[in-house]
Write a protein that binds this ligand. Structure first.
Ligand SMILES: NC(=O)c1ccc[n+]([C@@H]2O[C@H](COP(=O)([O-])OP(=O)(O)OC[C@H]3O[C@@H](n4cnc5c(N)ncnc54)[C@H](O)[C@@H]3O)[C@@H](O)[C@H]2O)c1
Length: 485
């Protein structure tokens, strides 16, 4: 939970020259950006078309699970930060408009930009004086050009707007800290006037002033080492975001590929990843083998980047392989569960984790959800627990053989095996002796390599993970090892 010292303290305005900001979209990115810009002292109006969501936000409810967000909203909601469905008024009263709506995949893998286009059209009807229109959503290169064209087509004079690409790199689960302590802020624009406004918006972070405030969110940046702002052209900024996500997805698929080699060679992916990651040229992050990447960004961004490449006549087959390795990772894990339990029909599985990763309630493109769906197809019944994602998962598994437990250990009750599907750190703290007593058989399959294999075998579990040898109380381990291969 919060590491911030005194969140009841009244907020001091950090920005020397507050900017009036409209944020369109109050999802994971829009809401975090809105709260963080208010935290920096700006006047923020956050707009959404979802009336129920806006009403709920106005009443102080928070629609997503995100560490530190409740504290920031409690501090700024109704003061520097307000919520509305009225885009026109929000635009009229702002100097910068951030578009933070969804950009999902179309059926052929392109980014669906219809939400961005519809917001741009609405904005264009309201532009009576100069404003900066900022792409916060992840969009393909040239989108800034299209937004500018929409403005011109709707008779917005050229000197009334600039379009800036300011991609967002936050990670769900640590979004507030990522936003306020970024590795870098990328601002893509050819206009000095627009750049000056963007500089004002981010100045509390780039000058380091924010980090000196008594009640600021702590993190890696400081007054002495403030946030870095990189100026690029708009097209470069758009490419930076897509290329970054594609690269990270590639890193995950690469390590999963190596994990599969480890399984064949009786090596340990933890040892291999550590040996690789300590090389500064490689770096240790995103070298965790598991069920593959998921979430609302990597799958769609890899597809969209490939689609952009194809439109340019470029061969991005590399990314096709990244995707197929990712999908294969979940098939392999299903095979591993089969090898541990023989047949799956009628088996009861205790599942820990439903979100696409620990720290979030987001189940979009979640490998954990995909695994549960695959288990259901095989005829299993599921008892599941997730610290945050159960309300979302309940809506998905209506009338299916899935029950939700009140506490993590309860999923083990009379289950044939315990299966870990999301990397919530709190799962590492569970009482596994108690869990073993509750299970029908002491079989544990860890799709996220969260636990220590020897420790689990020491507790009497047959423990299988990804890219690491199976550990089991003798003599079954050899049998299971052979079955997995
Ligand atoms: N979620 C992440 O971790 C993350 C990180 C970086 C970038 N991004 C990018 O940011 C963008 C937004 O992602 P998200 O996860 O916040 O999406 P989201 O689905 O959580 O939120 C989008 C919001 O936009 C609202 N909306 C749609 N059309 C609207 C309109 N015409 N007017 C006002 N509101 C409208 C929706 O009601 C919804 O609340 C995407 O392009 C995504 O790729 C996401």
């Amino acid at each position: 939970m919060s590491m911030i010292h005194d969140f009841s303290a009244p907020s001091e305005s950090q920005a020397e020259e507050p900017v009036r900001i409209a944020i369109v979209g109050s999802g994971y990115v829009g809401l975090v950006a809105a709260a963080c810009f208010a935290e920096l002292g700006h006047q923020v109006m956050c707009v959404d078309i979802d009336q129920a969501r806006v009403a709920s936000l106005q009443q102080g409810h928070i629609p997503i699970h995100e560490d530190l967000l409740p504290e920031l909203l409690a501090r700024h909601n109704g003061k520097g930060l307000n919520f509305t469905t009225d885009l026109i008024t929000a635009v009229e009263n702002s100097d910068a408009i951030f578009i933070a709506v969804g950009t999902p995949s179309t059926e052929n893998g392109d980014a669906d930009l219809s939400y961005v286009e519809s917001v741009a059209c609405e904005i264009s009807r309201t532009m009576t004086d100069y404003k900066v229109i900022v792409e916060k959503s992840t969009v393909p290169v040239y989108t800034s050009g299209w937004i500018a064209r929409i403005m011109s087509r709707n008779q917005v004079p050229e000197n009334h707007f600039d379009v800036v690409s300011n991609p967002e790199f936050l990670r769900e689960g640590t979004a507030v800290q990522d936003f306020l302590h970024p590795d870098r802020i990328v601002v893509g624009t050819h206009s000095d006037r627009a750049f000056a406004i963007m500089q004002r918006i981010y100045r509390p972070l780039t000058s380091g002033e924010y980090y000196d405030q008594e009640a600021s969110v702590p993190g890696v940046c400081s007054q002495a080492s403030p946030a870095l702002l990189i100026r690029t052209g708009a097209e470069s900024a758009e490419l930076i975001k897509h290329a970054s996500n594609a690269f990270l997805a590639m890193k995950i698929s690469f390590i999963n590929c190596v994990a599969n080699m480890c399984e064949a060679a009786n090596a340990d992916i933890g040892e291999v990843a550590n040996g690789m990651g300590t090389d500064k040229r490689i770096g240790g992050s995103f070298l965790r083998a598991g069920l593959g990447y998921g979430g609302s960004c990597f799958p769609k961004d890899v597809k969209a980047f490939r689609a952009v490449g194809a439109q340019m006549g470029l061969d991005l087959a590399l990314l096709e392989n990244v995707e197929s390795i990712n999908n294969n990772q979940q098939r392999r894990f299903l095979q591993k569960v089969r090898s541990a339990l023989w047949t799956l029909r009628g088996k009861r599985l205790g599942v820990l984790g439903l979100s696409f990763k620990g720290g979030t309630d987001d189940i979009r493109e979640s490998p954990a959800i995909r695994m549960v769906q695959a288990f259901l197809v095989e005829g299993c019944s599921i008892a599941a627990y997730d610290p945050a994602a159960m309300p979302n998962a309940r809506k998905l598994f209506v009338d299916q053989d899935v029950t939700f437990a009140d506490e993590a250990v309860a999923v083990a009750n009379q289950a044939d095996a315990l299966i870990i599907l999301s990397d919530w750190q709190e799962f590492t703290q569970l009482d596994f002796s108690d869990i073993k007593q509750r299970l029908k058989y002491p079989i544990l399959l860890d799709g996220r390599n969260l636990l220590d294999p020897r420790q689990m075998a020491g507790l009497g579990f047959t423990y299988m993970s990804v890219g690491r040898p199976t550990h089991a109380p003798q003599p079954t381990s050899n049998l299971i090892d052979r079955a997995v291969r």
